[in-house]
Design a protein around this ligand. Structure first.
Ligand SMILES: Nc1ncnc2c1ncn2[C@@H]1O[C@H](COP(=O)(O)OP(=O)(O)OP(=O)(O)O)[C@@H](O)[C@H]1O
Length: 386
């Protein structure tokens, strides 16, 4: 990209003297509705950060929306300060305000979003899911203890640091609950919305919602990490919202066949329609999924150990034999059950993901709602694959 074009959305030096005195802005990392996130370096230390530059000038949007953006940003800054120092929440380093822009300087997460990581790997192992979900519940337990509700937990808002630890970001919808306060605003991302958020926007005589919406979102995230597809999804958004309202989801085959009972049990205790019956973050952290199974005390039995050794060696040689002499794949198997053949299974899965875009690569100007679009891609239709 030409330098002029790349820098075209940067505020001028006159508009942001204080920021430019301390930081050098670099390439764009991501864009929001009214903001651009760039890598930047701190002049004094040479350390790298990410700066979110929020336009509050009113030039790109109506004045009243710019005012709202400004108010929301101050609320977000206040909440970020309340969360400072938590190991799995994005570090908030610095801020600057001018009449036209607000600059928020964050720690830099070079590995980007959990969403992009999932795009590459499609689904995660139980072990990796355990690490990520444990960190996520640590965050939720912490923010809920401070009466903060995030309201937009999803893989796009979970960044990964250099050690692939999570950093929960984007507290743009987060609020601090007053004692006994119930929320009524419809906000969040469709696939992750809890049923009570939908109810409150549809009916007059229902109670508002509270912190339990974050637990529901954790259930959706955990399901998605393990299977590579969201639990509530339909080509037509109204149908998808109806599925959420009724709590209709399944641990379908074959994605869930090899997944053990503990994570399924935990998910089923998170995706509970009645928010009062949903686990809390602390209860989720005490679920058996997060408890390592302790091996029984080991005793040494010479004969048994010797026999086990022989079996292992035999097994190894059989495995080696099959590896170098794989059984022929018959035409019948390919016709009747192609999914049972591992290389074909991989190919089919890849095609399905390409065609239906459960995981879609983020591109310039791509709408994130595409994650839930189940339509074949244009070029496939041209090829007559529809
Ligand atoms: N600290 C960071 N390190 C690396 N990349 C980041 C960081 N913060 C944000 N990004 C990238 O920038 C993108 C947009 O950031 P962010 O999620 O804060 O904006 P947004 O909330 O989507 O914006 P808006 O609320 O204005 O629509 C992120 O999705 C991510 O890819």
């Amino acid at each position: 990209m030409a330098k002029d074009e790349a820098d075209s959305d940067l505020p001028s030096h006159d508009q942001a003297k204080e920021f430019y005195a301390k930081y050098d802005p670099k390439e764009v990392l991501g864009r929001g509705v009214s903001s651009v996130v760039r890598r930047c370096t701190e002049k004094e230390t040479g350390k790298e950060y990410a700066v979110k530059i929020i336009d509050i000038s009113g030039e790109k949007q109506e004045n009243y929306i710019a005012e709202q953006t400004k108010r929301d940003t101050f609320r977000e800054m206040n909440i970020l300060r309340m969360c400072s120092g938590h190991p799995y929440i994005i570090g908030f380093h610095d801020s600057f305000e001018t009449p036209t822009f607000i600059f928020l300087v964050f720690e830099l997460c070079k590995h980007g979003e959990l969403f992009d990581y999932l795009t590459q790997v499609v689904s995660l192992s139980e072990k990796r899911t355990r690490v990520i979900m444990k960190q996520l519940f640590d965050v939720v337990e912490f923010i809920h203890s401070k009466n903060i509700v995030h309201r937009d937990l999803k893989p796009e808002n979970i960044l990964l640091d250099d050690n692939l630890n999570i950093k929960v970001s984007d507290f743009g919808f987060a609020v601090v609950l007053e004692d006994g306060e119930e929320l009524t605003e419809l906000c969040g991302t469709p696939g992750y919305l809890a049923p009570e958020v939908l109810s409150v926007s549809m009916y007059d005589d229902v109670p508002g919602y509270g912190r339990e919406v974050d637990i529901w979102a954790c259930g959706v995230i955990m399901y998605t990490l393990l299977s590579g597809a969201p639990p509530f999804w339909h080509r037509k958004q109204m149908q998808m919202l109806r599925m959420i309202m009724h709590g209709t989801y399944a641990f379908g085959s074959p994605e869930w066949d090899d997944i053990s009972q503990a994570p399924k049990d935990l998910i089923s205790k998170l995706l509970v329609l009645d928010p009062k019956k949903r686990l809390t973050a602390t209860e989720a952290l005490n679920h058996p999924f997060f408890k390592r199974e302790l091996a029984p005390e080991k005793q040494f039995f010479a004969r048994r150990t010797f026999r086990a050794g022989i079996i292992c060696v035999r097994f190894f040689y059989r495995l080696k034999y099959f590896y170098y002499n794989p059984p022929p794949i018959s035409k019948e198997v390919i016709q009747t059950n192609p999914y049972s053949v591992k290389p074909l299974r991989k190919l089919l899965d890849n095609c399905a993901f390409r065609m239906y875009g459960h995981w879609v690569k983020k591109a310039e100007n791509q709408n994130r709602a595409a994650l839930f679009e189940h339509a074949p891609r244009e070029e496939w239709l041209d090829l007559g694959y529809s």
